[in-house]
Design a protein. Structure first.
Length: 81
């Protein structure tokens, strides 16, 4: 990746996946909301039974956070200025 914008694009993609797979299921369960259309595939934890959906959602948030930290570190290492 020769451009810092590519790191920014990758981090925004990871952030959006983390939001859809981790945060949206919590809001969906609290508000009784079910996504429709292609977004339903991104909100996989809503289709899981009760104890498993929140574990998968928390794991998605943690993985997204870890990836965002890793991408930010790689960007700072590649472009130190």
């Amino acid at each position: 990746m020769n451009d810092p914008k590519s790191y920014d694009g990758l981090s925004s993609f990871v952030f959006m996946l983390g939001v859809y797979a981790g945060v949206v299921p919590f809001a969906g369960k609290l508000l009784g909301w079910e996504p429709d259309g292609p977004k339903r595939l991104l909100v996989f934890p809503l289709r899981l039974p009760s104890p498993a959906w929140w574990i998968v959602s928390v794991l998605a948030i943690l993985v997204a956070f870890g990836l965002l930290c890793w991408i930010d570190t790689a960007k700072k290492r590649r472009f130190p200025g």
